[in-house]
Design a protein. Structure first.
Length: 313
């Protein structure tokens, strides 16, 4: 495989994560073409309530969002198969000229961009394969821009990473631009666990797929049978800690990084965190990043929130 600047960055991040304590893999490894298909399956699981709650909010609020933002460009970060984007595309039909989805998962991005281009011929669809943390500044489009970051993907970033990302984003936004952020809220732990540990094993397959991707791309020797799926709720950080636990002590080599990893019996490999949010703390975070949260909408059950934030005027 060819090494580009982007893969070099991911490889170095992987080296650091695997040498950290506890060991980790950057969650980007979850989203090769196969992983993105597993994620789409997750969104249809009865206990994975997030996309449906977000859809409920979007359905109720997108005309107001369109009225307030009058966006000519819709940029979507981590768009994937963009299940809830159509609410925005429909509501913004009077002003929208461009849709710019950005995602690391090339196949998923191109499939959804094609589908959207066919369904919305009046809009120019300009997909960008890239990392939203690094490449947001290079996306095309005139203002007013609406930047949508849906599905609670922001919860997959660590708090410090989130703060840096939101501050960088705030600096890029013009006076007329806005951020629309979808976030999953803290709730009963049983419901959270059910959302991330389905009996059909789709979430486990999604998480295990990260090992398969690393084996393929980095010539690593992770053995699926040597790990169990392991899900923890971290009550102090209020995030789901999603990973794998070694069944026995063993060595794993990651040839392309020149690493030999020693796993002890019971040692964890974290694959992602999925933070859950509270209104006051998130609004404070946005303000600290230089964004003014103007609206906070939830679904009827109070499971999920969509926030509209602007650069301070
Ligand atoms: N927004 C969609 C998809 C969420 S899944 C929804 O709500 O259903 C998360 C998406 O973010 C995946 O498509 C994944 O490929 C993408 N992603 C994860 N980390 C990324 C990064 N650093 N840069 C760009 N895309 C990323
Ligand atoms: C993409 N992201 C918001 C999902 C989440 O809920 O954190 C990824 C996921 N992991 C397991 N299930 C879904």
């Amino acid at each position: 495989m060819l090494e580009t600047a982007a893969t070099h960055g991911l490889h170095e991040a992987t080296r650091r994560s695997l040498q950290a304590m506890p060991k980790e893999l950057p969650p980007v490894w979850l989203y090769d073409a196969r992983g993105s298909r597993f994620y789409d399956e997750i969104t249809r699981l009865p206990d994975y309530y997030l996309p449906r709650r977000e859809a409920e909010i979007m359905q109720a609020r997108t005309s107001l969002i369109a009225e307030r933002t009058k966006a000519r460009t819709l940029v979507e970060l981590g768009s994937g198969s963009a299940p809830n984007t159509r609410f925005l595309l429909d509501a913004l039909s009077r002003t929208l000229e461009r849709y710019v989805p950005i995602d690391v998962s090339e196949q998923a991005l191109h499939d959804s961009a094609e589908r959207i281009a066919a369904a919305y011929p009046a809009i120019s669809v300009e997909p960008v394969v890239g990392d939203f943390e690094r490449d947001f500044g290079t996306t095309p489009g005139d203002g007013p821009r609406l930047v949508a970051f849906l599905g609670s993907t922001i919860g997959n970033l660590y708090p410090a990473q989130r703060a840096a990302f939101l501050s960088a984003l705030a600096l890029e936004l013009g006076d007329d631009d806005a951020l629309l952020l979808g976030v999953d809220l803290v709730k009963d732990v049983g419901r959270l666990e059910a959302a991330y540990d389905d009996p059909s094993g789709v979430t486990e397959a999604f998480v295990r797929n990260a090992l398969r991707a690393v084996n393929r791309e980095l010539e690593a020797t992770f053995g699926q049978e040597r790990f169990d799926y392991d899900l923890l709720w971290d009550p102090a950080d209020e995030w789901m800690d999603v990973g794998l636990r070694a069944r026995e002590s063993h060595l794993v080599s990651v040839r392309r990084l020149g690493l030999e990893l020693d796993f002890a019996e019971g040692e964890r490999l974290r694959v992602e965190i999925s933070a859950k949010f509270r209104r006051e703390a998130l609004e404070l975070e946005l303000e600290r990043a230089g964004l003014s949260p103007k609206s906070w909408w939830t679904d009827a059950a109070g499971d999920f929130a969509v926030v509209l934030a602007h650069p301070p005027s």
